[in-house]
Design a protein around this ligand. Structure first.
Ligand code: APR
Length: 311
């Protein structure tokens, strides 16, 4: 079987971690692209030299051009600036719309049949940007947010009740920001509803911590934002696409009538396979959940209007 080819754009904290996890999981050969000279080459070579130790056969390399990315099966976009303390994800918009717009256009030209996973923030607006600039079928463009948000939530719950993180199942809808909608009704521990394990008020505290999960890390790091969990989340999505696993994951997907919306990307549960987003799952929402989801969708729409002004 021919190895898959993965392009990772951005050799910074998130991009390098994505490449390292993807290589460690032997997902395919990896080309890391960055504008900085030497950085992608150095990090790529360093990772390549870990492969004998890890026992994986993947070629990892770094470049400053797009020719070397040609015919990739998957493009993961992490280029852009990261948050500093006091900044919201939305503060990154004007800079990152330019960067994500440029890199998605260039990468799409060389790999017209690839699937794209976007990690750069503000996430939902960057997925929209990549769609507009790449010209790709929107179902081939997927944003990474819900896997990370639910990973944070699952970590906090598992720690609190003392069970394996693997047995916590959680779902989050909406944009990747303060308006995200964690659906606690759909949270189960080994099939048992979460309400059996903690009070509503404690659960709400963990939801709040999840909502602020990114800011909590920014506050600690001070020099940038989270990267290990975001990268691992993007790689889980990558694996489902490359190996056609059909994982049902919360991701930013294009809506075409689902949830009553058309023409935007927002967090929903979706099945990921070789063709990208293969199915968006519509879950039943209570009136309160519907209101919260609508508020989140409206926030994303506000950012999309901004993106359209820049494009
Ligand atoms: N082309 C390629 N790479 C670029 C470009 C460009 N036009 N512009 C910037 N980059 C690269 C930078 O040179 C840097 O190496 O993107 C990289 C970003 O790395 P970091 O500053 O370490 O940021 P990181 O923590 O990786 O976050 C990147 O992911 O999670 C999101 O909010 C985060 O938007 C941010 C993105």
């Amino acid at each position: 079987m021919q190895r898959k080819k993965i392009t990772v754009i951005g050799a910074g904290n998130v991009g390098a971690s994505v490449a390292a996890y993807a290589s460690a999981q032997e997902l395919g050969d990896i080309v890391i692209v960055d504008i900085l000279e030497g950085i992608p080459q150095g990090k790529g070579l360093d990772m390549y030299e870990t492969t004998p130790v890890l026992g994986v056969d993947t070629k990892v390399s770094g470049v400053n051009d797009y020719e070397s990315t040609a015919d990739s099966d998957l493009i993961i976009i992490t280029a852009g600036i990261a948050r500093k303390p006091g900044m919201s994800r939305d503060d990154l918009l004007s800079t990152n719309v330019r960067i994500v717009g440029e890199v998605s256009e260039k990468a799409a030209k060389y790999s017209p049949n690839a699937i794209m996973i976007i990690v750069s923030n503000p996430l939902d607006a960057m997925v929209y940007t990549a769609w507009k600039k790449s010209g790709f079928d929107p179902r081939k463009i997927i944003g990474m947010a819900g896997v990370l948000d639910t990973a944070r939530f699952r970590t906090f719950i598992a720690e609190e009740i003392g069970v394996s993180v693997e047995d916590i199942n959680a779902l989050v809808l909406g944009g990747h920001g303060d308006t995200m909608v964690p659906l606690t009704r759909y949270c189960f521990v080994g099939g048992v509803p979460i309400t059996k394990f903690m009070s509503e008020s404690r659960l709400e505290e963990l939801v709040q911590r999840t909502r602020q999960g990114g800011a909590e890390i920014v506050g600690l790091l001070k020099t940038g934002s989270a990267y290990y969990a975001p990268a691992a989340s993007a790689v889980q999505m990558a694996k489902s696409v490359l190996q056609d696993k059909k994982r049902l994951l919360p991701v930013a997907a294009y809506l075409n009538g689902e949830y009553g919306e058309t023409g935007i990307f927002v967090g929903v549960p979706a099945v990921l396979g070789t063709s990208g987003v293969e199915k968006v799952i519509e879950v039943d929402l209570t009136p309160e959940e519907k209101t919260a989801f609508q508020k989140s969708v409206d926030a994303v729409k506000g950012l999309v209007v901004e993106v359209d002004r820049f494009l």
